[in-house]
Design a protein around this ligand. Structure first.
Ligand code: ADQ
Length: 719
């Protein structure tokens, strides 16, 4: 079970510095590194990340005696600007924290972000072993899972997001929202800090990608795969903090005052200005705290080349100056403000000696400071005042919970914390400590990896209940026009079109639908009309071949687009020219009004170049070249597609006001079906078959041919 693992994260577990030309390596601090490093040391594996500086040619980050390998992903200055400062920190960070007004949306940032993600994936894919979990971290790497999946289809990929996942109303503002979801869904397991973020994610997948999702068990249907989504609240190195708090001497000067402590990266999500104003309000409402209590705010500089962060720093400087000017006396200043990082032991002493910790972010994935404070309360217990907008508040219920945007309410809560009696303080702290001690970071890592190694339970197949909910009211008491694509919808895609034969149970389901007096079934395919007629020998069915250029069915005048005749002769001439350039395994299918060059069986390395050559020839001959599954189609340049064909059939059969009298349902797996999905948007119920990677205008998804069969069986049985 304890196989090697790979960690992929923006930064590496080592901090590098070049001193007089020599690369110096220091272990990075921080909870994540201290949690994951022992696991990697024990099991072996690799850590893939950005070293943060430029390496000299041939320079390696791994020492021979390292228990695991460190693999650097180097970035150019432009990439650092676009991928890191740009899309990661100026787009995803503000948007995911629900600060859309702080977000910038630049196409170039997105492109570079995705390219860099592909590079991380490339390094992560090198020499993978069976059973090895590849664990990708955080918002800088949301599309890396998909790039990795393309390189190593069988890999076990897990992803953890350290920041919140926003609700749909905010997420949909992102112009690349589908790409981000497609990127993430290539993972087998996607973890979040709390259930609320996981639910937001599931909701977005359902709404943005029309996916079938089980909200209760956190399962997403992705073609034949199931993706598991779950909450894994992160913990800290509890013992480490407890020990440091026990062993670090006190700062006697500080001990003379009562301390309210704030510790944060200087970030607009952390709500530092709100906190300062709430503290000011406390001094107004409860003057008894003047000259007795000090707010000690430690802010680590962060992203200080970004304008937003510089502006925030100015605001905090001014607020501190104003409040101190207003209340300070000769011997006391209400706020002490340290704009710097402090050492681990100093931080531990501050945590231990603070009477109250003010952890009041406006939005925070989890917040480790709240947990570190609790672990450091080894003496007379203090009180944790915690924002209800931090992920930590979901579990740390015994804290004094506040809304940091409610200034008066927060001031009153600080007062309550400062005046809380010892028995209540102790009861609350004991409960908080018990939970954090138990759910520490080791337990988090183990829990996540166990889930990552365990294959997700499959989402139960669609049931009659699902169809009843999606279609029941829509089709009730109405005539039904049912449109079905063939390849990939009624039969799985095969290597050769001649192998795609309709199975007996699917045939029975189509027959049962067609046999109903109130249902009209149309088979609509890119195949030649005569071909599709032979493949689905079901009485009473309408056939639309060549993407609807030719239509034949009961109660319909046979249809052949006026312009087809002109192109048929030209296609006959084009076919031998294409045959001439076919590489081994490729072949030409002549379909009358169109033709297709198939190359599924040709050497994969040649696919791209061959398809390009074929497309060029088709276009030069005056036809449209359309990509299909391992095939290129030559279509007459007639403004006619499956969407036009569907409308033609509906109007011809039911009149111009067809939408009043008939209900339309369409199922297809191919991008040529998208034309029909678009035409039917808002008018019918459409299903795209297959995995979620392909974008769709369909209203819903079905994973595979079995899902279609279940749909047809339900339609045949409906009351
Ligand atoms: P961050 O936004 O960095 O993390 P947080 O969880 O509070 O936020 O972690 C900050 C860390 O920095 C803590 O370990 C703290 O001790 C340390 N730190 C803060 N100020 C310091 C100072 N002045 N000197 C030294 N150290 C200082 C992201 C998400 C969080 C999520 C974590 C982990 O934004 O919501 O909890 O990842 O998943």
């Amino acid at each position: 079970m304890d196989g090697p693992i790979r960690i992929v994260s923006n930064r590496l577990p080592v901090t590098l510095q070049r001193v007089s030309g020599v690369l110096e390596r220091k272990r990075s601090s921080g909870g994540l590194v201290s949690a994951l490093e022992p696991v990697l040391t024990r099991r072996g594996g690799r850590w893939i990340g950005w070293p943060g500086l430029k390496l000299q040619p041939g320079e390696s980050l791994s020492d021979a005696d390292d228990p695991f390998e460190i693999v650097p992903v180097e970035l150019s200055t432009n990439e650092v600007n676009r991928y890191y400062h740009g899309f990661s920190n100026a787009t995803l960070w503000p948007l995911f924290h629900c600060f859309p007004s702080h977000a910038r949306f630049e196409h170039r940032d997105w492109q570079v972000y995705d390219q860099v993600n592909a590079r991380f994936a490339e390094r992560a894919a090198e020499d993978t072993h069976d059973q090895e979990v590849i664990w990708i971290h955080d918002y800088q790497l949301t599309t890396a899972p998909l790039h990795l999946r393309r390189r190593v289809p069988e890999a076990r990929i897990a992803f953890f997001l350290h920041i919140p996942f926003p609700p749909h109303d905010v997420f949909r503002m992102l112009p690349w929202n589908r790409d981000v979801l497609h990127g993430l869904l290539a993972a087998d397991l996607i973890g979040f800090h709390v259930r609320g973020y996981a639910q937001n994610f599931l909701d977005c997948v359902q709404r943005v990608l029309s996916a079938r999702v089980d909200l209760r068990s956190g399962l997403i249907e992705h073609g034949d795969r199931t993706v598991q989504v779950a909450a894994f609240p992160i913990g800290i190195d509890y013992q480490g903090f407890e020990q440091r708090a026990t062993n670090t001497p006190s700062d006697s000067e500080l001990r003379r005052q009562r301390i309210v402590l704030g510790v944060d990266r200087l970030d607009y999500t952390k709500g530092i200005p709100h906190r300062l104003r709430a503290f000011e309000r406390l001094l107004e409402l409860h003057p008894e705290h003047r000259e007795d209590v000090v707010l000690l705010q430690v802010a680590v500089p962060s992203r200080d080349q970004v304008a937003e962060y510089q502006e925030l720093k100015r605001e905090i400087d001014e607020l501190v100056g104003r409040i101190n000017g207003r209340f300070a006396t000769a011997t006391w200043s209400p706020i002490r403000y340290l704009y710097r990082s402090v050492s681990q032991s100093r931080l531990s002493a501050l945590y231990r000696d603070a009477d109250v910790a003010l952890v009041t972010p406006i939005r925070d994935g989890m917040n480790l400071v709240a947990k570190e404070y609790v672990a450091s309360q080894v003496g007379d217990p203090g009180v944790l005042v915690l924002s209800q907008l931090a992920g930590a508040s979901e579990t740390m219920r015994e804290a004094v919970i506040v809304n940091p945007l409610d200034r008066d309410g927060t001031a009153e809560s600080i007062h309550r914390a400062l005046t809380m009696e010892e028995p209540e303080r102790r009861s609350r702290m004991v409960a908080l400590q018990r939970r954090e001690r138990e759910h520490n970071v080791d337990q988090w890592v183990e829990g996540f990896l166990t889930a990552a190694r365990t294959a997700a339970v499959k989402l139960a197949p669609v049931t009659d209940g699902d169809f009843e909910a999606w279609l029941g009211g829509f089709v009730a008491d109405h005539r039904l026009a049912l449109f079905l694509d063939y390849d990939g919808t009624l039969t799985p895609l095969r290597r050769h079109p001649s192998e795609a034969v309709l199975g007996p149970s699917m045939r029975a389901a189509v027959e049962a639908c067609a046999a109903r007096e109130d249902t009209d079934v149309t088979l609509i395919s890119g195949r030649a009309l005569s071909d599709i007629e032979k493949l689905v020998p079901v009485p009473g069915v309408t056939f639309a071949g060549n993407h609807g250029l030719e239509i034949l069915g009961p109660d319909l005048a046979p249809f052949r687009h006026d312009d087809v005749a002109y192109y048929v002769g030209r296609l006959e001439k084009l076919a031998p020219r294409l045959e001439q350039v076919c590489i081994e395994g490729a072949w030409v299918e002549e379909k009358g009004a169109s033709l297709t060059v198939h190359y599924r069986e040709a050497d994969e390395a040649q696919h791209e170049q061959f398809a390009q050559e074929i497309r060029a020839l088709i276009q030069r001959a005056g036809f449209q070249a359309r990509n299909a599954h391992c095939a290129v189609e030559a279509r007459p340049p007639i403004g006619w597609d499956k969407g036009h064909a569907v409308l033609h059939i509906l109007r011809a059969r039911y009149g111009p006001a067809w939408s009043e009298s008939v209900r339309t349902v369409y199922a297809g797996d191919d991008h040529t079906d998208e034309d029909a999905f678009r035409v039917l948007r808002g008018l019918g119920i459409t299903f795209r078959i297959g995995p979620l990677d392909e974008q769709t205008s369909a209203l819903r998804r079905l994973p595979n041919v079995d899902g279609v069969q279940a749909l047809l069986e339900w339609l045949a049985r409906r009351p």
